[in-house]
Design a protein. Structure first.
Length: 201
């Protein structure tokens, strides 16, 4: 798998994950309650959910996509439209009231709760369905691609939600509420959409 192809996936996936939503709200709540590093089981749970999403989306696609190259183009443009839609939502986002702090959780319950939040979040599965197949290359061995895409996505997922938690411990009154954050993310979505539209599979 080409490094530039993987880097484009990493950038696109990072922008998709970074948009504030149920996962980030859960992480922020745990960080506010347990402080620096005490919330780490939440991003670990989201990282595990990312792996499950990736394997669910990518498993069984090898033979089908190799026999139907035209599907790549259809998926590609679906992904472009999806990213444009997310950009539209980000630009129109209106800050809401801060979430109430969650009840105290053990490490195990925090991990399992984060896993459940992500696995039951339709937006997370839709993002996986739109993005993972976009970056499969028909002329490259399938399983190495699955490995690199999954590991990259897991690393990004953990890093972003861990970052949300760290920011919450320092800037709890601003995280997830500043309008400029959503404007920046909207711009990132549009940039990713343009990159995918121009990318040759």
């Amino acid at each position: 798998m080409e490094l530039t192809h993987l880097l484009l996936f990493a950038l696109t996936f990072a922008v998709a994950v970074a948009l504030p939503g149920p996962n980030s709200a859960f992480t922020i709540g745990q960080a506010l309650k347990y402080g620096r590093f005490g919330f780490i089981w939440a991003p670990l749970g989201f990282m595990s959910a990312t792996m499950i999403h990736a394997l669910l989306v990518l498993s069984g696609l090898a033979l089908f996509l190799q026999q139907h190259i035209e599907v790549f183009q259809a998926i590609k443009w679906f992904g472009v439209l999806y990213l444009v839609y997310l950009a539209f939502k980000a630009f129109r986002h209106q800050p809401s009231k801060a979430e109430a702090l969650p009840p105290a959780l053990s490490k195990k319950k925090m991990y399992l709760s984060a896993l459940a939040v992500s696995l039951t979040n339709p937006k997370a599965m839709l993002a996986g369905m739109a993005l993972f197949p976009l970056f499969l290359q028909p002329n490259v061995a399938f399983y190495p691609q699955v490995f690199f895409l999954t590991v990259t996505a897991m690393t990004i997922s953990f890093s972003i939600y861990f970052g949300y938690g760290l920011l919450a411990t320092f800037f709890s009154h601003r995280v997830g509420r500043s309008t400029w954050v959503h404007k920046l993310l909207g711009t990132g979505y549009l940039g990713a959409a343009v990159g995918i539209a121009r990318h040759q599979s």
